[in-house]
Design a protein around this ligand. Structure first.
Ligand code: GDP
Length: 490
């Protein structure tokens, strides 16, 4: 073995049927190995935890269940090295046991059977093993090669034996790592913490992650400000298989995404997909686009919504779908919406808790619908709000200046006569000397004798308080206009 290559602590995922004791096993290992002294009585939840047994490390992914496992695998990241399949000795193989076996075989992951609840009166390990052999899982005592350990997560009986077996399997698998290289890892969870902002829980796959490192994944990037371990301690660096919670990452970290360490922030930023997506938006887009994100329950409804929305367009604004997909709204969608100032429209899907918190914090509006045409109407309504009102100027009168009474700053009191149309307070005016425009501004006030009036009709002789640019002189004209804003709609 090269001097820098070392044995890697195994990363373990616990699978099995509901209520067969996955969480209890994870708790039992924690109770056994993470002493109160270490954690100050509090174990931080960072999605996984690290223990030592006989001087060797093991990392347990702390989110039992197949969904987490599938989410990680769906992104192509192989986080776990070894699986522990929990089978209750009283119930044996159930539906999700079969599902878990399928997952493990597909992932080609070595696994150990933990026959749990051995303390129960009706526990029958042999029956459970027999049932497993019906699923082509042959444990050692049944002529196969899959190791099995009998345990009780409740009493802690056999748990040490399971840990030993995990280490043995790890040794046989020859899991190696190089702590000298810069880190690669996998995001296993994100948490929104009011104090620390978004914390990203990761497991280091290889190398060593250090404070100050710049990391990037498809969904997030940034310079690491702090690293905490599972006992809540702030640490400077973390080696292979070690689970840590990091801060300083921008973007929308996705569970299962792999990350690498980069040389510079620029390099890191480039690898984030949504940043690229945004660049595209800004390249092709202009102020007259209404960017939207759509999430729907099925591909069918998503296509129907997209087709309808693509037909929506006016010269003044275009609705642009910058992202769409099937499934719940996640933090990625919200961050994208925030950065692109987009609207999120969803059809019969939920919003993840983290996405909800970020949306609340960043005031990102998520509009939820059960009926497609209502969603469509809402897109129209919101899009219309973004259409800049058009200003239309209409000439309403003409004023001949007969005297300039006073000039102060950008204001002038002009005496004269309405020779066409009328003048109203607040109207806009342009000063003309013959054909030449000399300035423009507004009518702030109109006086008839000593009295303030709102409007002066044709032939009326009045004093106008003008404010604006340019100087009016005796003999000039004011062209009086009113401006109206016309709001458009999609
Ligand atoms: P999970 O759904 O697989 O995570 O199962 P849990 O760990 O939540 O356990 C389900 C139930 O089984 C709980 O009431 C546990 O207290 C109980 N349980 C778990 N392990 C054991 C065990 O070894 N012995 C006994 N008697 N009960 C157990």
């Amino acid at each position: 073995m090269d001097k820098d290559i070392k044995n890697k602590p195994p990363v373990v995922v616990v699978l099995g049927h509901v209520d067969h004791g996955k969480s209890s096993l994870l708790e039992a290992v924690k109770d056994l190995k993470i002493t109160e002294k270490e954690s100050g009585g509090i174990t931080q939840h960072i999605g996984s935890y690290f223990i030592e047994h006989q001087g060797k490390g093991i990392t347990f992914i702390d989110t039992p269940g197949h969904e987490a496992f599938s989410a990680m695998r769906s992104r192509g990241a192989k986080v776990a090295d070894i699986g522990v399949l929990v089978v209750a000795a009283d119930e044996g193989v159930k539906e999700q046991t079969k599902e878990a076996i399928e997952h493990l075989l597909k992932a080609e992951m070595p696994f150990i059977i933990a026959i749990n609840k051995m303390d129960k009166k009706d526990a029958d390990a042999n029956k459970a093993k027999q049932a497993l052999s019906m699923e082509n899982v042959f444990v050692e005592s049944f002529g196969g090669s899959i190791p099995s350990v009998e345990i009780s997560a409740k009493t802690g009986e056999g748990v040490e034996g399971l840990l030993e077996m995990i280490l043995l399997v790890a040794e046989m698998e020859d899991l190696v790592c190089d702590p000298k290289i810069s880190a690669t890892g996998v995001i296993i969870e994100t948490q929104l913490d009011n104090r620390r902002g978004v914390s990203v829980n990761v497991i280091i796959k290889n190398g060593t992650l250090k404070k100050g490192d710049i990391i990037s994944s498809n969904s997030a990037f940034g310079r690491i400000k702090t690293i905490h371990n599972c006992t809540g301690e702030e640490i400077e660096e973390a080696g292979p298989s070690y689970p840590v919670s990091i801060n300083g990452v921008k973007g929308s970290p996705q569970v299962g995404d792999s990350f690498v360490v980069c040389k510079s922030i620029d390099e890191a930023r480039k690898s984030v997909n949504f940043e690229q997506l945004l660049e595209n938006i800004y390249e092709t887009g202009n102020q007259n686009e209404f960017p939207i994100i759509i999430k729907a329950d099925t591909n069918g409804s998503l296509e129907a919504i997209k087709n309808k929305i693509n037909s929506l367009s006016r010269d003044s604004i275009t609705v642009k779908i910058i992202s769409s997909g099937v499934g719940e709204v996640n933090e990625n969608d919200v961050c994208l919406a925030r950065t692109a100032n987009a609207g999120i429209f969803i059809f019969r899907v939920k919003v993840s808790n983290l996405a909800k918190s970020i949306a609340l914090r960043d005031e990102v509006d998520i509009k939820n619908f059960d009926i497609i045409y209502e969603l469509f109407d809402s897109v129209k309504e919101e899009g219309s709000k973004r259409i800049k009102p058009e200003k239309i100027k209409t000439e309403i009168g003409k004023f001949k200046i007969m005297a300039v009474f006073r000039t102060k700053g950008n204001r002038q009191i002009l005496g004269g006569k309405i020779i066409k149309g009328e003048a109203t307070k607040g109207c806009i005016v342009e000063i003309y000397k013959g054909e030449e425009k000399m300035g423009e501004g507004k009518i702030i006030n109109i006086k008839k004798g000593e009295k303030d009036i709102e409007k002066a009709p044709i032939k009326e002789e009045v004093g106008l308080l003008f404010e604006g640019s340019g100087r009016a002189e005796e003999g000039d004209h004011l062209l009086i206009s009113k401006e109206e804003e016309i709001t458009g709609s999609l």
